[in-house]
Design a protein around this ligand. Structure first.
Ligand code: GSH
Length: 216
């Protein structure tokens, strides 16, 4: 059965692949699972039909028969567990790859999201210039630690896994901030992820949506 995911009708990231449908698209491309996309506007995301799928009125969602999921991490894990290619067969290696998924979402992404939210929503506040270095410092702490752990390896734990997919998409949220560039190992890690054919297919698909919306 072909799953259907939701994505922004017109992404605020202007097709840079930073919205979280990108993770799901990439995972589906990695495992070779075709998918449909239902595009939603911000007003549709607030409506009861979408809220029934996503209690917080966000994207992405994932529907497959009578299964409906939300949360990009849960969706990518579901895909990775049902198809070969994103999780190792060895039970311990598999558990470690899933640990990296959680680390990406639960340890690395929160300070990145906080920094972005402050830049968007607090820029005109009196405290912003004082707070920004604190928020940047929290991001740098995590990137320092991540870079040390990655060291000169290609991926976080053996072959590319859903843990890397999630971590690369989380680090990409810093695009344009000039932060990841300070960590050559992490920059190269993100570039390795972006060079994967499945990543490119996913990126092109979400960019095509943005370009089509921009010309109408
Ligand atoms: N933890 C959620 C976050 C979902 C999320 O923040 N989605 C954003 C797009 S990347 C969204 O829908 N933003 C619009 C809004 O919150 O109104 C996940 O990983 O799926």
């Amino acid at each position: 059965m072909t799953p259907t995911i939701t994505a922004f009708e017109q992404s605020p990231d202007r097709g840079r692949g930073l919205a979280r449908d990108m993770r799901v698209r990439w995972a589906l491309e990695e495992v070779g699972q075709p998918y449909d996309v239902r595009l939603v506007s911000f007003s549709q995301m607030r409506e009861p039909a979408h809220r029934a799928l996503h209690p917080f009125g966000q994207i992405p969602t994932y529907e497959e028969g009578d299964l409906a999921l939300f949360e990009s991490g849960a969706i990518v894990l579901h895909i990775a567990e049902r198809h070969a290619g994103l999780l190792p067969d060895d039970a311990h290696a598999r558990a470690r790859a899933i640990t990296w998924m959680f680390a990406a979402l639960n340890t690395v992404e929160p300070p990145i999201v906080e920094l972005g939210a402050a830049a968007r929503e607090e820029r005109d506040k009196t405290w912003y210039e004082e707070r920004r270095p604190i928020l940047e410092g929290r991001v740098h702490d995590r990137l320092d630690q991540l870079s040390s752990r990655l060291a000169d390896a290609d991926w976080l734990d053996g072959p590319f896994s859903a843990g890397d997919l999630m971590m690369v998409t989380v680090l990409r949220r810093l695009s344009g901030a000039g932060i990841v560039e300070k960590y050559p190992r992490l920059s190269a890690y993100v570039a390795r992820g972006e060079a994967r054919p499945a990543y490119k297919r996913a990126f092109d698909a979400q960019l095509a949506v943005f370009l089509a919306a921009s010309t109408t």
